[in-house]
Design a protein around this ligand. Structure first.
Ligand SMILES: [Zn+2]
Length: 273
């Protein structure tokens, strides 16, 4: 594997003079003609990056079957070509995460996270924190060291913060009072305003989506700080239930659509939302 100089990429292609070598996670693959694949990575050094993998479909030897979704690879991205995608020159396996692809639930969660990264991250903007977050949740999903639901809360809260879409959970979205100082345990969720409201502004009636203050605290805790520490959070069963329901409504609302992979996840869980 060649090691080459870093470049800054900001316009959707790779306008560098030399190829770039970087760890990268495969988040999307699309067939292109009879022989080729277009592969989208989230790379440590280049951020989101779409490349043409020539003959990847036709020749089993070309990339030795390593271009599977959610695998972590060492790639060499070629120099950008005028009017076209840069070429994937080399790809060597780092972590195949095989247990994810064997399990439909794990595949659905990984697909959801990959779809959010693909939708929310701009092409060519380096963001090591997103790369390390995606690697962290995929590795834990693969080994089963944490439940998919807990990993998904960790992933969504941190990606929302990094991408500037973090829900407002520390203060009432209407009167701005500090949630910490409220006596009541339940808070009404006001998705359109991006967070929770105090009982004085919006009564947390049955039937309305609600979050307990305990869940709010756990969500805020995992959104920031050190990833390894946040990843050790033991969510209470209630926080898992409430947090998952809240985030899987909050994310589509602010994305402007329901991610296709989230619909699949809901179908698998039997809650066809
Ligand atoms: Zn209020």
């Amino acid at each position: 594997m060649t090691t080459l100089s870093p470049v800054s990429v900001r316009d959707g292609t790779v306008p560098c003079l030399a190829p770039v070598s970087t760890p990268a996670i495969l988040i999307r693959r699309t067939e292109y003609g009879d022989a080729d694949l277009i592969v989208t990575f989230f790379a440590l050094r280049l951020g989101k990056l779409s490349l043409m993998a020539k003959s990847a479909k036709k020749s089993a030897r070309r990339f030795a079957g390593v271009l599977e979704l959610f695998t972590e690879l060492d790639i060499v991205a070629g120099a950008g070509r005028r009017g076209g995608l840069a070429l994937l020159q080399e790809a060597a396996l780092r972590n195949p995460y095989p247990a994810i692809r064997r399990d439909p639930f794990k595949t659905a969660y990984a697909s959801y996270w990959a779809e959010l990264v693909n939708d929310w991250m701009e092409e060519g903007i380096e963001n090591a924190e997103v790369f390390l977050l995606l690697r962290h949740v995929l590795a834990a999903l693969d080994t089963g060291s944490l439940t998919p639901a807990a990993l998904s809360i960790l992933f969504q809260m941190r990606l929302l913060r990094i991408s500037g879409h973090c829900p407002h959970l520390g203060r009432c979205v209407i009167c701005r009072c500090d949630i910490e100082g409220i006596l009541a345990d339940m808070l009404a969720v006001e998705i359109a305003r991006g967070g929770v409201a105090c009982p004085g502004c919006l009564p947390p009636e049955a039937g309305r989506h609600r979050l307990s203050k305990g869940t709010v605290k756990q969500l805020l805790w995992v959104a920031g700080g050190d990833l390894t520490r946040a990843g050790r959070m033991k969510f209470s069963p209630r926080a898992l239930r409430e947090g998952q329901a809240f985030l899987e409504r909050f994310v589509p609302y602010h994305l402007g659509r329901v991610p296709r992979s989230l619909k699949v996840l809901h179908q698998l869980r039997g809650n066809d939302v």
